[in-house]
Design a binder for this molecule. Structure first.
Ligand SMILES: *Cc1c(COP(=O)(O)O)cnc(C)c1O
Length: 438
């Protein structure tokens, strides 16, 4: 992976002018004006949790509403584009982001539902291979889904779900994961980027090791889609899921996506529905299952028009910017932020911030985990100062520079807010309580 994070050492890293110069030289700076940023100079650093609305996505929602208004039922065939093929059409557009041929990707469902659809297809405990490998740092929804899938197959999650532990509480070792791919394991579902620390796992290496050992492997790419390039076809990944409301900016609860490697085409979906039928014959209304040839077979229900439409706009922005340029800027911005916190002395006494994200570019996703013992109060103080981070227990304030709309100068300002919060003892005020959605 290209090392694009070099800061020009002739400049003083901590200087405000340096941040301004980085913005002036930024080839992606022009995309910022297509997003609705917080009013009054607020700094939005939570696009890894919920990406912001763009004018492009907004226009597509209004287009869909207008088509519904004018066309009613005819929108399925006469919408522009026809609604009927939204899942397949958007699948083709998202496929390059995961390094897949177009027919292996479909835009459908939501992340957890798609985990159920795919694990419910590919987890077929048989003989000795009854176990599923996941990780001790997984996003909770993935764990709940796996536990319930094991129960549905008559298994016991306490015995059959292997959560590979972290050695340091932040990151995972690929060696530990591979060591867990034993002859008793049928399937592994792993995160691409860990939601808390932002560590990027080596998906290529993990896939090769799983396949050598007869383990089916899938990835949850909720925290890497749109932030990190993927090469699923080259790597030979079996299946994957992701959401489109984080780095893809398609709106809260917007329709998600999934990948199925073509070696599994024709496998009967574990959770079938008419939207996965051969599209040309779906309306013959036959009772005998005839699945679409491709990832489309894993669709279940009628595609939700209004939560699909925004992706047409947000993916267009992604296509214009280019995944390579987005990744390069993301790495440069996360490196800048971490280096700046170091250079300002914030990662030492008396400030005591800690960086929980790996420093190596090839081990880093799109956000920076800033740890602090007063984490919840730091997050609240940032928000009171107009900086939107998020907080993940026990002590992680996540800061995500989004290459489409975050400027270097905003990162510079955010770092100064972090300094002032401690200097003015705002982190000592109030309790550790947090809002339900933090
Ligand atoms: C955001 C996220 C989800 C969210 O799941 P939904 O079904 O969209 O609510 C799931 N898994 C991971 C790893 C995530 O980061």
């Amino acid at each position: 992976m290209a090392q694009d994070t070099v800061i020009d050492t002739r400049h003083d890293l901590v200087a405000e002018d340096h941040a301004r110069a980085l913005d002036a030289a930024d080839p992606l700076a022009r995309f910022r004006e297509r997003f609705y940023l917080p009013p009054g100079g607020g700094i939005y650093l939570d696009g890894n949790s919920l990406g912001l609305l763009s004018t492009d996505a907004e226009a597509e929602v209004l287009r869909a509403l207008d088509e519904w208004k004018r066309l009613g039922i005819d929108g399925w065939m006469r919408g522009n584009p026809p609604w009927y093929w939204n899942g397949e059409e958007l699948g083709k557009r998202v496929a390059p982001l995961v390094g897949a041929a177009p027919d292996q990707v479909v835009v459908t469902g939501t992340t957890t539902v798609n985990i159920h659809a795919l694990v419910g297809t590919f987890y077929r405990p048989a003989g000795a291979r009854r176990k599923i490998v996941a990780t001790g740092l997984d996003f909770p929804s993935d764990v709940y889904a796996l536990q319930s899938q094991i129960r549905l197959q008559g298994g016991d999650p306490a015995r059959d779900l292997v959560l590979v532990p972290s050695r340091d509480g932040r990151t995972l070792e690929e060696d530990d994961l591979i060591a867990a791919f034993t002859g008793t394991v049928g399937l592994a579902l792993l995160p691409s980027v860990l939601y808390r620390s932002g560590q990027l796992l080596d998906m290529e290496r993990l896939t090769a090791a799983a396949r050598e050992r007869g383990v089916l492997i899938g990835f949850d790419c909720a925290h890497s889609i749109g932030a990190v390039p993927h090469r699923f076809d080259d790597w030979g990944v079996d299946f994957a899921v992701w959401c489109s409301y984080k780095y893809l900016n398609a709106g809260p609860g917007s329709v998600a996506g999934l990948y199925v490697n073509r070696r599994h085409f024709g496998t009967e979906p574990g959770l079938a529905g008419w939207w996965g039928y051969q599209k040309e014959r779906q309306f013959d209304m036959a009772h005998h299952w005839e699945g679409a040839v491709g990832a489309g077979a894993w669709q279940i229900s009628t595609g939700p028009l209004l939560s699909t439409a925004p992706l047409f706009g947000s993916i267009r922005i992604h296509e214009e910017a280019g995944m390579g340029a987005l990744r390069a800027k993301s790495l440069a911005q996360t490196a800048y932020l971490m280096d700046l916190l170091d250079a300002m002395g914030l990662t030492a006494a008396p400030y005591h911030y800690r960086i929980g994200t790996p420093r190596q570019p090839e081990r880093r996703g799109g956000h920076v985990a800033v740890e602090h013992d007063a984490g919840p109060r730091i997050a609240r103080a940032l928000k009171a100062r107009g900086v939107v981070p998020d907080f993940r227990p026990p002590n992680v304030v996540r800061l995500a520079p989004i290459p489409l709309y975050t400027s270097y100068h905003e990162l510079w300002r955010a770092a100064h807010h972090l300094r002032q919060i401690v200097e003015r003892e705002e982190h000592l005020a109030g309790d550790d309580g947090r809002e339900i959605v933090a």
